[in-house]
Ligand binder design. Structure first.
Ligand SMILES: [Ca+2]
Length: 326
């Protein structure tokens, strides 16, 4: 029996065929990128989504929550509890971005979905408390984080011992050896938005000692979302492909063809297939105040983090075409 357990554990670790599926919790902020990342995990045979937390970030909380329910409904996912976090962070995302993100509710592929009797209910307690409850049992979870880190930081504040139940967090965030994407008055542009939204939350999660793969802008900059890829995906009739194409196209049109990347979606891909990114273990510190707040810097006294510095676009595209084609 003991030997069997060891074999099962090794198989799970190596993700061998027949290995037990990993239990995953997703924490996100409701943009198209987040919802397509969720779709990828819903369609993966190697993970089971046990809970989804939502935070106000790149979208407003209610629109993000409703979009989550509608996507899950259309994908046929059932019984995934959804928990809402309420921290807006010290640096809320631009209002226009948040309003634009809500237009995802209007895509045709969602038209027949309804949340009148949701298959994936919103729980009564807030996200930090729900995360603590979920992470206090005997189970160990992998977390996909594709928004600001307010929910996880809030849960760690409530009960630091939950870290024992987190195998690893795949975080879309940071910009280590490249420039950031924050262009706000009074900021020097060195930070990435998920970390800038609440720098202290990002710092707290990095400092927690939980194993982290940081899918930073260094890696996402290597995976532009191309028109050719969208065309290939658009030819697939599966609902997951149609949801993704309809959610992506307006955003790509808005920011321009060469400026939209696999961000949250690359992070989800890295959770499923770690080899799609090249990581280096770097010592990282998050700057929490001043004109560089939210910046991730290398520091000999920082916390060791597996930072993704490069990514293979072809492998990522193939993973999306395969799983979203199901
Ligand atoms: Ca996001």
């Amino acid at each position: 029996m003991k030997r069997l357990c060891v074999v099962v554990l090794i198989a799970a670790f190596l993700r061998l065929p027949g290995a037990a599926a990993a239990d995953v919790i997703i924490d996100h902020d409701g943009d198209a990128d987040d919802l397509i990342a969720i779709s990828l995990l819903v369609r993966s045979p190697t993970v089971r989504i046990r809970a989804i937390a939502v935070c106000p970030g790149n979208s407003y909380l209610d629109a993000a929550t409703r979009a989550t329910q509608l996507f899950l409904e259309r994908l046929g996912a059932r019984d995934i509890p959804i928990a809402q976090g309420h921290s807006e962070g010290t640096n809320p995302f631009p209002a226009q971005w948040r309003t634009d993100a809500g237009h995802i509710l209007d895509i045709p592929a969602l038209a027949s979905a309804s949340t009148a009797q949701p298959s994936n209910p919103v729980v009564a307690v807030d996200a930090p408390h729900y995360l603590v409850k979920t992470l206090s049992g005997g189970q160990v979870y992998t977390i996909l984080e594709t928004g600001p880190l307010t929910n996880i930081a809030g849960a760690l504040r409530l009960d630091p011992s939950i870290r024992q139940h987190i195998a690893r967090i795949y975080v879309m965030g940071g910009a280590v050896r490249t420039g950031g994407n924050v262009q706000q008055k009074g900021h020097d542009g060195s930070a990435e938005w998920n970390f800038f939204n609440q720098p202290q939350a990002a710092a707290d999660v990095i400092l927690s000692g939980i194993p982290i793969t940081l899918v930073a802008l260094d890696a996402t900059n290597r995976t532009p979302l191309t028109q050719a890829f969208l065309d290939r995906l658009g030819k697939q009739t599966a609902i997951a492909s149609q949801l993704a194409v309809q959610a992506w196209r307006p955003q790509v049109a808005q920011v321009g063809n060469d400026k939209y990347y696999f961000w949250d979606t690359l992070t989800a891909a890295a959770l499923l297939e770690p080899g799609v990114v090249r990581t280096e273990r770097l010592k990282i510190r998050v700057i929490t105040k001043g004109a560089s707040q939210g910046r991730t810097v290398e520091d000999p006294r920082g916390t060791p983090v597996d930072v993704a510095l490069d990514a293979g676009r072809g492998r990522v595209e193939n993973l999306f075409l395969t799983l979203l084609g199901k």
